[in-house]
Design a protein around this ligand. Sequence first.
Ligand code: TYM
Length: 326
Amino acid sequence: MSRSRVLSGIQPTGTGKHLGNYLGAVRHWAAMQDEFECFFFVADLHALTTTPDPAEQRDRTRRTTAELLAMGVDPSRSALFCQSHVPEHAELAWVLGCLTGFGEASRMTQFKEKGGGNVGLFTYPVLQAADILMYRPQSVPVGEDQRQHLELTRDLAQRFNGRYGETFVVPEPYVQRAAARIKDLQEPAAKMSTSRGGPGTLWVVDEPKVITKKIKSAVTDTGREVRAGDDKPGITNLLTILSVVSGRPVAELEVAYEGKGYGEFKADVAEAVVALFEPVRRRYLEVMQDPAALDGILKQGAERAREVAASTMTTVRERVGLLPAT
Ligand code: TYM
C-alpha cells in the first residue's frame, strides 16, 4: 500500500531561517520522513513577490536549501525541490485563480497586513493552493500563520472537485499547537519573523555566542516567577521554546524553576537552543561548500516532483476542458 503524502514549502530568505520556522514547521518535516511520502520545496516563485535582486534571489534559494538539509530534510527519503523547477505549479495556479473570487482573495490577512503591493502578492495564496493540491497530500505541516491559506486551499479543492469531479485530496493542516507561533524575543506580542529580524530573531545558523546573547537580553515581564500566563508573554515564549526543545512540559518546567530567577532560567534556555542549533550550523557550513551537490539534490527532487505534477496536470487539463496538445 502506498504511504500517505505530506507536502510543505518555505520561502527563501536573505537572512536565513529562524527558530520559529524550525520549531513550527521544519522539525516536523524531518520527523515525518520515515512514515510518509514527503515533498518539500523552496518557494522561490513566492519570493519574487518581494522583487529581490536576481543574484540575491539565487543565493537565497541555495542557502535555504542548505538550511533545510542541515535541519534534517533528507533527499534520499524526501523529494526536496525548488518550486520554479516544476512549472506546473504556476499553471495550476492559473486554473485555480479562475475559481477564486476576488473578494475571497481580498480577505487574506497576509495581503492586508502588507498593505497591498503587486498582483503576485494578491494571488500568492492561490499559488500556494496549487503547490499543495498538485501532490494530493493528506497533511501539510505548517505554523499557525499559514492556517488561513490552508483554509483557502481546502475550499478550492472542494470547489474544483464539485465542479469537475473528484480530482484533489482536501488536505489537513498539521499545526502542532505547542510551537505553532514562536514569538519575537524583543516583542513577544508579535511572531518571530524574517521581516522583523533584529535581536529578537534567533537564526538557525547564528553562532552560539550570538544565540546566548539574544536569549539573555530577551525582554522579560514584571515579577520574578518563571511561569506561563497572558500577563507574562516574554517568559511564556521562553518557556514554550525550552519546553519544545527539551521535550519537558511547561508545567514541569514551572515547578523546576520555582524560586529561581530569570537569569538562571534564561541561561538554560540559551544552552538548550545552542545545543540544538550547533550541529545544524556546522552541517549548513559543510553543505554550502559544495554548490554543485546542492544543485544536484534539487535536480533529483524536481524530477520526482515533476512525475507527480505532470500526471496531476494531465488530469486537470482534461477535466477543465483544455484540448490536448497532440
Ligand atoms: P514561511 O517561509 O514564512 O515559513 C515557513 C514555515 O515556518 C512557519 N513559521 C512559524 N512557525 C512558528 N512560529 C513562527 N514564528 C513562525 N514563522 C514561520 C510557517 O508557518 C511555515 O510553515 N506561504 C509559506 C510558504 C509556502 C507554503 C506552500 C507552505 C508556499 N507554498 C505550500 C506550505 C505549503 C510561507 O511563506 O512560509
